[in-house]
Design a binder for this molecule. Structure first.
Ligand SMILES: Cc1cc2nc3c(=O)[nH]c(=O)nc-3n(C[C@H](O)[C@H](O)[C@H](O)COP(=O)(O)OP(=O)(O)OC[C@H]3O[C@@H](n4cnc5c(N)ncnc54)[C@H](O)[C@@H]3O)c2cc1C
Length: 451
């Protein structure tokens, strides 16, 4: 064998890509030169994302810097722009000027996940918030707090209905956990806003199916429905959002809900970058064999939400979940090494262990190994199981401390602002730069000072 290392390029540092990289990290096989490319410099633990939006956890406690997790695997923080499977190279861009680099590979792993799909509904892409990234959760948290602050003022009295109505589209895990947690957050924060009353708050969950959380079955779905309604959440089953206008969400029933906030969790599609790969796909997801290999393309592998992985138990495909993606990562790394060593590859063979959802106020619903749980026990299982899966002891400790403090203190509603602190340089005119117009258009202040 030549001295040249085998270059493995992993696109995506999510549950699929990162767990594949962790296998190379563990093995420290000097024959491989492994690089992970990811847009963010951290790994996001999505199952706890709603806890960030609802201020149960501190903003960075569910993310881990990739560089702390991978000490023997290289990391490139940037955007994947192009994939050339013929030339075996990938174009990535990064930096403030977004300049490009070409990374060559012998084995390419596609783990780019999925993106939100707004189905071209009028106004939705422009106006709705999403719940996929850490930024999304922080933005939603900030939006809730900003609306409480604004609605509490006397001058915003007339705008209270759109400010205090929050619509979530999608009754799957992400939608239900989001509405449950923001409902608790808003109701817990209300006593601190003297002009606001519980009856002014309106939280609406819009779901196309007959009952929410369909993956957990009717019994648990109806239980979650009942619990949420008892806590003041309105649920609109058999209904979809059709459009969003400023301060108005339109539904298939013809109803128009006066609201300035729509959280869209009602659709995903595979990352559009994978469309650049000339291979077999179904609804945009890359078809792989049981070894996670893309057939017909040498050295190409795919996993996670952007791949269609055969499920021998059902004859269909594996669901797009973190528990599948992380296990696919392990098998995929093993199979790359086995293909180099000329050894037998392992087929991906994993049966969903369980599904769990937190539905607020220390209650949950879960189905684990075919057994249903609900109420406090299910919530406790949710916390215990996901906490055990959260990578790195440091973050586990931080989350445990946050949860413990939560028992004694009410939720924190400090707004995280990304504005620069007000500054003052003496200008020629001597004008003070803090009039109202300049505060809302800081770029104008910068230009005047520069001039
Ligand atoms: C709110 C929410 C809650 C969830 N809860 C659960 C749960 O409780 N249990 C469960 O099993 N599953 C859950 N899931 C699903 C789970 O997160 C996904 O199935 C899983 O993350 C898929 O892993 P992946 O590696 O395919 O994609 P991801 O984990 O999404 O990783 C893809 C990575 O690729 C990066 N990327 C994308 N495009 C580019 C590009 N062009 N350039 C560079 N980098 C790029 C992204 O930044 C990301 O880091 C949840 C998902 C969400 C959104």
């Amino acid at each position: 064998m030549s001295d040249e290392k085998i270059r493995v390029l992993i696109l995506g540092g999510g549950f699929g890509g990162l767990y594949a990289a962790l296998q190379f990290e563990k093995r420290r096989d000097s024959r491989f030169d492994v690089t992970v490319v990811n847009r963010e410099n951290f790994f996001l633990f999505t199952p706890m994302l709603h806890e960030i939006a609802a201020s149960d956890l501190d903003l960075t406690n569910i993310v881990n810097p990739v560089r702390k997790m991978l000490r023997h695997v290289s990391f490139f923080c940037g955007d994947v722009d192009k994939i050339d499977v013929e030339g075996k190279r990938v174009t990535v861009s990064h930096g403030f000027d977004r300049h490009s680099h070409e990374l060559e590979y012998d084995h390419l792993v596609l783990g780019l996940g999925s993106v939100t799909n707004f189905f071209n509904l009028p106004g939705v892409a422009e106006r709705a918030l999403t719940m996929k990234s850490l930024g999304d959760a922080i933005q939603l948290r900030n939006r809730l707090i900003a609306h409480l602050e604004e609605a509490d003022t006397e001058c915003a009295r007339a705008e209270r209905p759109p400010l205090l109505t929050f619509v979530v589209a999608g009754g799957g895990f992400a939608g239900v956990e989001t509405i449950a947690s923001i409902n608790d957050f808003l109701r817990d924060a209300l006593p601190f806003y003297p002009n606001l009353k519980e009856e002014m708050l309106r939280l609406v969950l819009v779901h196309p199916g007959e009952f929410i959380l369909p993956e957990l079955g009717e019994k648990l779905g109806r239980y979650a429905d009942k619990k949420l309604r008892e806590r003041g959440v309105e649920i609109h089953p058999k209904c979809k959002v059709t459009a969003m206008q400023p301060n108005e969400v339109e539904l298939t029933t013809g109803e128009r809900i006066t609201s300035a906030t729509l959280v869209w969790t009602a659709g995903v599609s595979p990352n559009p970058i994978v469309a650049l790969v000339p291979c077999l796909k179904e609804r945009g997801r890359i078809k792989v064999n049981r070894y996670l290999q893309v057939e017909g393309l040498d050295g190409l592998w795919a996993l996670g939400d952007c791949a269609l992985v055969p499920d021998p138990a059902t004859g269909g495909y594996c669901p797009p979940t973190a528990q599948h993606a992380s296990r696919e990562g392990k098998i995929l790394a093993h199979n790359i090494i086995a293909s180099i060593d000329g050894k037998a590859k392992k087929p991906f063979n994993f049966k969903t262990l369980g599904l769990l959802a937190a539905i607020g106020r220390r209650t949950g619903v879960a189905r684990i190994l075919g057994v249903n749980f609900s109420g406090f026990l299910a919530w406790f299982l949710w916390r215990g199981i996901y906490w055990s899966k959260l990578p790195r002891t440091e973050k586990k400790l931080r989350v445990a401390i946050d949860w413990a403090l939560d028992v004694f203190f009410s939720k924190d509603f400090v707004q995280y602002l990304d504005q620069r602190a007000l500054a003052h340089s003496q200008t020629e005119t001597g004008a003070a730069p803090w009039n109202r117009e300049q505060l809302s258009h800081p770029e104008k202040v910068d230009k005047r000072i520069a001039a």
